[in-house]
Design a protein around this ligand. Structure first.
Ligand code: G3P
Length: 217
C-alpha cells in the first residue's frame, strides 16, 4: 500500500519524506489556502521535494477551463497529477486528458457509480472521501471495498486513493478494503507509529537498564 500526504505544508512533507513514508502528495484548494502561499510556488516546491505523484487541483469547473489548466499544470513537472472534480464536465476533461497521456485524479467520489464513471473516462486515480461519507452516516470503508471489487472484476487501470482520512481506523480500514493508496493528513502520521504500550515499554526498559548499570559500576 502506498502513502500519500494530504497536505500543502512543506515542513510536514519534509518530515515524512525523510522517513521514507511519502510516496506522493495530494493537495486541494482548501489545503493550499491554509498555507497562505502562492499556488505556483507551493506546487513547485512540493514537486521538487517529492519523487512520487503530486496532485494539484483545477480551479475551473467548465470543460475548456479544466483542460487548459490541466495542460498548463502538466508542463510544470513530470510528477504532476491533475485533480479534477467528479462532474459531467470533469469526466469529459478526464477523457480528453487521458488520451493526451496527462495523469488525472478524479476527486469528490461518494458512490460506486461515480467511481465507475471516472474509471471508464480513464482517470489514473479515483478519490473516494471516506471521512465525509462517514459524516453522512454511511460507510466510507465499504465504498472503498466495493470500488476495489469493481476494479478487480473489470480490470480497470485506475488506482484508488482513500481520501478524507481523519483517524487511524480510517487508514486501517482503507488498507483492509484494498485501497491502493491512502492520502493522510500530516498531523495524523505521528499517531500511526505511536502506541502507549510502546512508550511505556521504552520507559520501563530505560529504568531497568539504569538500575542494572548502577548495580554494576
Ligand atoms: O483528500 C481530501 C481531504 O483533504 C478532505 O478531507 O477531512 O476535509 O474531508 P476532509
Amino acid at each position: 500500500m502506498k502513502f500519500f500526504l494530504d497536505t500543502a505544508n512543506i515542513n510536514e512533507i519534509k518530515r515524512i519524506n525523510d522517513l521514507g513514508l511519502c510516496d506522493g502528495v495530494t493537495t486541494n484548494p482548501s489545503l493550499i489556502n491554509k498555507e497562505g502561499r502562492n499556488f505556483n510556488e507551493v506546487i513547485g516546491d512540493i514537486t521538487e521535494l517529492v519523487d512520487g505523484p503530486v496532485s494539484a487541483e483545477v480551479t475551473s469547473y467548465d470543460y475548456k477551463g479544466m483542460v487548459k489548466q490541466a495542460r498548463d499544470l502538466a508542463k510544470w513537472a513530470d510528477n504532476i497529477v491533475v485533480k479534477i472534480p467528479m462532474t459531467e464536465e470533469g469526466l469529459r476533461a478526464i477523457h480528453t486528458l487521458s488520451k493526451e497521456g496527462i495523469k488525472t485524479n478524479c476527486t469528490l467520489i461518494f458512490s460506486v457509480s461515480q467511481g465507475i464513471m471516472a474509471m471508464k473516462a480513464g482517470s489514473t486515480y479515483i478519490s473516494p472521501f471516506m471521512g465525509r461519507i462517514d459524516d453522512m452516516g454511511e460507510d466510507g470503508a465499504r465504498l472503498v471495498a466495493e470500488l476495489r471489487k469493481v476494479i478487480n472484476i473489470y480490470d480497470y487501470d485506475s488506482e484508488i486513493i482513500a481520501a478524507s482520512i481523519r483517524h487511524i481506523n480510517h487508514l486501517e480500514k482503507a488498507a483492509l478494503a484494498g485501497a491502493h493508496i491512502a492520502t493522510i493528513p500530516g498531523n495524523l502520521f505521528e499517531k500511526l507509529w505511536t502506541h502507549p504500550l510502546t512508550t511505556a515499554g521504552i520507559e520501563s526498559f530505560k529504568k531497568d537498564w539504569e538500575a542494572f548499570e548502577s548495580r554494576n559500576k
